[in-house]
Design a protein around this ligand. Structure first.
Ligand SMILES: C[S@@+](CC[C@H](N)C(=O)[O-])C[C@H]1O[C@@H](n2cnc3c(N)ncnc32)[C@H](O)[C@@H]1O
Length: 253
């Protein structure tokens, strides 16, 4: 394995992208669909909020396709935030903020509204009530005609769709096994590299405390997302991309 000290933050992002793609087969297609939807509806210089940005994959994918975008990217993981800050250090159009999405107070500290709000593989970390609070708060901050786009695994229902669920699980397992036997990092391996990197190792304890005892909340259905967004005030809701149980949910304000 490469010694982590020789890796730049951008190298870590590239490895993160490969690591995540082992769990999400067509991850880059999701970014394409999201960026194209933003371009079509919001033009070449949209103001975008990236929720739970991690090391910055979604923001980077949007900037690659829409270099004129103004991005506010938020997350609460100190190591992922530090990596993202290094990567986007020289970009004046990216503002990275330490934010806990379990609350909505942070939205008040941001001025102005957004043309689009995006998220990828993250909102399943929020409890149903936190998600609902977030959707209602976001509806007040997305401009008329603007977009909310969420790419995430929304698992098939255990009781009513057990065989769909099995299909998705099998596909996921074979994608992971192919990627990992080809040498792609697992989640744990990527974190070993990031946490031993001299620029980020000092944040490992802080990170441990932030995530300590945090169990994944109950999963909500695709229907929950669509109904809640609709109730919050988004005019049209639906999906604009799907592969098995992996979706891009879209809502138009
Ligand atoms: C699997 S990563 C996805 C990161 C990035 N969006 C991507 O697609 O590569 C999940 C992200 O959700 C963030 N996250 C989870 N719960 C959060 C919360 N309550 N507030 C802020 N960020 C959160 C984690 O720190 C992590 O960066």
């Amino acid at each position: 394995m490469t010694h982590s000290a020789s890796l730049s933050a951008l190298d870590l992002l590239r490895r993160w992208d490969a690591q995540q793609t082992a769990y999400i087969k067509y991850r880059d297609q999701r970014f394409d669909v999201m960026a194209n939807a933003i371009k079509h509806r919001c033009g070449d210089a949209p103001r975008v909020l990236d929720l739970a940005c991690g090391p910055g994959s979604t923001s980077m994918a949007i900037l690659d396709r829409l270099p004129g975008a103004q991005i506010v990217a938020v997350d609460k993981d100190p190591i992922l935030l530090a990596i993202a800050r290094q990567i986007f250090d020289d970009r004046t159009n990216v503002d990275i903020r330490d934010t806990d999405l379990d609350t909505i107070d942070w939205l008040e500290s941001l001025e102005g509204n957004f043309n689009a709000v995006v998220s990828s593989t993250a909102l399943h970390w929020l409890s149903p009530d936190a998600l609902s609070r977030l959707y209602f708060a976001l509806a007040e901050r997305v401009v008329e005609g603007g977009l909310f786009l969420n790419a995430d695994h929304l698992h098939y229902d255990e009781v009513s769709q057990p065989e769909f669920r099995e299909l998705a699980q099998q596909d996921d397992e074979s994608n992971q096994s192919e990627a990992h036997s080809a040498g792609t990092d697992t989640w744990a391996q990527w974190w070993d590299v990031a946490q031993s990197h001299p620029d980020f190792a000092h944040l490992a304890k802080e990170r441990e405390l932030i995530w300590e005892g945090k169990a994944p909340p109950p999963k909500v259905t695709l229907g929950y997302h669509l109904e809640t967004l609709r109730s919050a005030g988004f005019r049209q809701t639906g999906t604009i991309w799907q592969y098995l149980d992996d979706y891009v949910v879209c809502a138009i304000r």
